[in-house]
Each structure stands twice: as structure tokens, then as C-alpha cells.
Design a protein around this ligand. Structure first.
Ligand SMILES: Nc1ncnc2c1ncn2[C@@H]1O[C@H](COP(=O)(O)OP(=O)(O)OP(=O)(O)O)[C@@H](O)[C@H]1O
Length: 311
């Protein structure tokens, strides 16, 4: 089983303000699931990926793939495939030549080029020069390159960037399939709701530190409060009754007489309104989105509370 292990990893960049891009970071990325790697701009996601791939040296700590540093892997492209910068391919080459070059220089069979071109839907553009590729096509080419060695581990930095809606559906399916095949899949993103559509697990960074290492569902439950949406024929009495019971009531944005009650369940509100004889036309639990939970966690940068899960 090939996991990514980051232990006490720290990276300081020399400069005017010696900043810690990564600060004492420890987490493990497990095989067989998609791990979403989240955090605001500058949180340290790309730096962490670069350190795992041996593209940068850590100030302290270790990053290993299957227990070994990247530099010690015998056939790196067959162990880990990465998409870091979709602009990295040479613009005057065709997509196919770019992949052929990568395959030849890494001792990979040429048939893999056709396989990954088919996998990423790039066959029609394979003989065109990369300079004419759209951002979405460059992303697909970067993903094709990552898949070339049929690796057990994939690390993709914002793979959905520039993809059209069809491309987004495609990448979701691809990520799910790669995980179902038992591969280790780490995917960074800014888009929380998007990440929830494909990730099983989350690693969240803030200012280079670990904020959360949890299953997606547990993350939402831990960081969002229950709330209920209720529509009534007697809003004045409903509001007064709920406030008297200590619930926070705010008017719902639809302006059609629906109220949102924070920190309550539909059962609780149903019981109260039945007891008080307040007519209720609608009553529903609302699920807080991952976006809300994520913002709640990262907005308070001072509160670096770590929610970790033993693995
Ligand atoms: N080569 C470098 N020299 C100096 N500082 C750097 C360098 N690379 C990154 N940093 C700094 O390290 C911090 C982390 O950046 P990083 O790119 O890893 O974050 P990120 O989470 O990937 O952000 P984004 O989502 O914006 O890509 C930032 O403050 C950034 O300015």
C-alpha cells in the first residue's frame, strides 16, 4: 500500500519576512480514497506538494511516498504522477510528442501515450501544437502526463482549473475511479463544494498548519450547526415563541415568510409549534454546505484548532 506521509514538515523561505510556508505539518494520505487538499491562497498546499515531489528541500521534517523520499524512488513516474503546473509543457511541441518524450525519457512503453490520450479525451488534439491549446486542454494534457506511468499515487494541483462543465464531470469520474482502483489520490482545490463531489477525505491547511484531517461528512458535521427552515401562518407568534425558548431566529432570504432557526432540529421545532398551536406549512432540516463549514474553519485564522482523525 502506497501512502504519502508528511511528518513535522516545515519550509521557510528566506526573504524580507522569513515566512513559514509550511509549519510543522503532519498528515498521511491513504490509498483507496480521494483526499481533498484545501486551504486559502498561500496556505502552503503547492509548497507541500513540491516538497513531497522533491522539487524543494524542507527546512525540517520529512515527506515520503510509500516510505521513501521521492529522490530514492526507482521509477518515480510509475510510483507517483503529478500535475503541478499545466503551463509547463513546451508550447512548440504537439501534445502527443510531449507525452512521447516523457514516456521515452522515463523508460515507459510508447503504447501508454495512446492510452492516456484516450483516457483524457485528447486524441482529436494530439497532433496539434500545445501553444494552440486552451487552458482546459492543457489541464487534460497535464493529467495525461501524470497518468503516463500508471502510478499508484496521484497528486493533482487544481486539476479542474479551466475545465468546462463536461470536463468537470469527467474529472470527478476519473478521480473516483482512480481511488476505486486502490490508488492514493491527493487533489488540491479552492472550491469546497466542488471538492465535496469527489473527495472522501479532507486535509485542510491554514497558514502552513494543519486545520483538519477528517472524512468529508465528519468535517461538515463538526464545523456546521444544525438549522431548520420553517414557514408559518403566524410569523409573529412563531418568532416570539422561538426567541423565548432561546433559539436564534433570522428571516430567510426568500422573503416568503420562511424563517431559519439556528441550532435546532425539525423535530424540536415541530414539537414546540404543535404544543403552541402555531400553524406550520413547511418544516425542514437544512444541511450546511461544505463551503459554509470550510469558511467557518478558515475565516478565523487565529483559531488553529486541529481536528484530526487517527488512521
Ligand atoms: N519560492 C518562494 N519563495 C518565497 N515564498 C514563497 C515561495 N513559494 C511560495 N511562497 C510563499 O509560501 C506561502 C505558501 O504558498 P503556496 O503556493 O504553497 O500556497 P497555496 O496554498 O498553494 O496557495 P494557492 O492556493 O494560492 O496556490 C505563501 O505565502 C507564498 O507566498
Amino acid at each position: 500500500m502506497t501512502s504519502i506521509d508528511v511528518k513535522n514538515l516545515t519550509k521557510e523561505y528566506a526573504g524580507r519576512r522569513a515566512a513559514r510556508a509550511v509549519d510543522g505539518l503532519s498528515f498521511r494520505v491513504e490509498p483507496g480514497r480521494v483526499t481533498g487538499f484545501l486551504g486559502p491562497n498561500g496556505a502552503g498546499k503547492s509548497t507541500t506538494m513540491r516538497l513531497v515531489l522533491g522539487l524543494d528541500r524542507p527546512t525540517s521534517g520529512t515527506a515520503t511516498i510509500g516510505g521513501r523520499p521521492y529522490a530514492e524512488l526507482d521509477r518515480p513516474l510509475s510510483t507517483v504522477g503529478a500535475l503541478l503546473d499545466a503551463q509547463a509543457a513546451h508550447p512548440s511541441r504537439t501534445g502527443r510528442d510531449h507525452l512521447r518524450f516523457l514516456a521515452a525519457s522515463n523508460g515507459l512503453p510508447a503504447r501508454r501515450v495512446d492510452e492516456v490520450l484516450a483516457e483524457t479525451g485528447l486524441e482529436p488534439a494530439a497532433r496539434r501544437r500545445i501553444r494552440g491549446y486552451s487552458l482546459g486542454m492543457r489541464q487534460r494534457l497535464g493529467i495525461a502526463a501524470a497518468l503516463l506511468g500508471d502510478p499508484r499515487v496521484l497528486m493533482l494541483d487544481e486539476p479542474a482549473n479551466g475545465l468546462d462543465p463536461e470536463g468537470i464531470v469527467w474529472i470527478r469520474g476519473l478521480l473516483r475511479r482512480l481511488a476505486a482502483e486502490g490508488r492514493t489520490v491527493l487533489v488540491s482545490s479552492h472550491l469546497m463544494n466542488e471538492t465535496a463531489t469527489f473527495a472522501d477525505h479532507l486535509v485542510v491547511l491554514g497558514r502552513g498548519r494543519l486545520l483538519a484531517d477528517v472524512p468529508v461528512r465528519e468535517f461538515i458535521d463538526a464545523h456546521s450547526r444544525a438549522r431548520v427552515r420553517v414557514r408559518t401562518g403566524d410569523p409573529v407568534r412563531l418568532r416570539a415563541t422561538l426567541l423565548a425558548k432561546g433559539w436564534a431566529v433570522g428571516e430567510a432570504p426568500d422573503g416568503e415568510g420562511r424563517w431559519v432557526v439556528e441550532g435546532a432540529s425539525a423535530e424540536e421545532i415541530g414539537a414546540v409549534t404543535a404544543r403552541e398551536g402555531i400553524p406550520v406549512f413547511e418544516l425542514a432540516d437544512e444541511r450546511a454546505s461544505l463551503e459554509q463549514a470550510y469558511l467557518a474553519l478558515t475565516s478565523d485564522a487565529a483559531e488553529f484548532t486541529t481536528v484530526s482523525q487517527e488512521v
